[in-house]
Ligand binder design. Structure first.
Ligand SMILES: [Ca+2]
Ligand SMILES: [Ca+2]
Ligand SMILES: [Ca+2]
Length: 279
């Protein structure tokens, strides 16, 4: 799945990443594949992701791993793999983000889908748990994209954002409950773009289907994954069961876990273990 983009594109995008306020570092440069074993479960592959799979990097730096946990230097946002909260939908843990101030931002990006046509995604979703925060707040899913596909030229880069608060057809946000969000939802999932485009001003919402009608050749340009921050009041929330399906291949369920030994097929973990803060 991993494809290494041309060096010139890396340089171009490194420059771009350094001066935009979108999600971090749109390019993959890692050479490692995801470490944990995958196994079939209900026709899907479950891949455990925990601290040892992830490289922690400052926001807007080019990725050095297939999983990168981006943080804003000098600010208070943190991300960690933890046990719980409650009963996570996969395993016993989750990935928790804490953003105390409006300037904080944490992003957990996977770079294995670089250059994948956005139209090829057949499954996309996650489960969330709001530990504390304002009623409208939960982590989002971010897809960094080249809106036109093909060659990258200035203006092609944007971030597609899925936020539960706009997806009222899937129900209200309920605190301290694991909630399942379908980011495709039969084409009717609601998204927005971080750039003004033919779909409207930055932040205008549209359906997944409307995006494909407007940008049929869009491709992933770097990372995809959960994100939290850049606005709003204090939020502590967790993500688990991040699902990504492309074409006819089995979807992959990313199971975020504090327990490193779970990925070796062992199901036993010391209680209370795992997790460290981002900074
Ligand atoms: Ca890794
Ligand atoms: Ca989990
Ligand atoms: Ca392009």
């Amino acid at each position: 799945m991993q494809r290494r983009p041309p060096t010139i594109a890396i340089a171009l995008l490194a420059t771009l990443a350094a001066c935009n306020s979108d999600s971090s570092a749109p390019l993959e440069t890692g050479t490692e594949t995801s470490g944990p074993i995958a196994f079939a479960k209900g026709g899907k592959h479950v891949e455990v992701v925990s601290e040892s799979d992830v490289t922690r990097q400052p926001e807007d730096s080019p990725p050095t791993d297939d999983w990168v946990l981006y943080f804003r230097p000098l600010l208070a946002g943190t991300g960690r793999f933890r046990e719980g909260p409650g009963n996570p939908p996969q395993g016993e843990g989750s990935f928790e983000m804490v953003t105390p101030t409006p300037g904080d931002k944490i992003t957990l990006f996977n770079f294995d889908y670089h250059e994948t046509p956005v139209a090829d995604f057949t499954e996309l979703g996650y489960q969330t748990y709001q530990t504390s925060g304002a009623p409208v707040q939960l982590p989002s899913i971010n897809l960094t994209v080249d809106l036109t596909g093909g060659d990258f030229v200035a203006g092609d880069f944007a971030t597609l954002v899925f936020e539960p608060v706009y997806n009222v057809a899937q129900g209200p946000i309920v605190p301290q409950v694991w909630q399942d969000w379908d980011a495709i939802f039969g084409g009717q999932a609601i998204w927005w773009l971080t750039r003004t485009s033919i779909l409207g001003e930055r932040g205008v919402t549209f359906t997944w289907d409307a995006f494909h009608a407007a940008f049929p050749n869009a491709t992933i340009l770097g990372g995809i994954g959960p994100n939290q921050g850049s606005g709003g009041a204090a939020l502590t929330a967790s993500v688990d069961e991040f699902i990504v399906g492309v074409g006819r291949k089995h979807a992959t369920i990313y199971d975020f876990e504090a327990c490193e030994s779970r990925k070796n097929g062992k199901d036993k973990c010391k209680k209370g273990g795992g997790g460290r803060d981002a900074e």
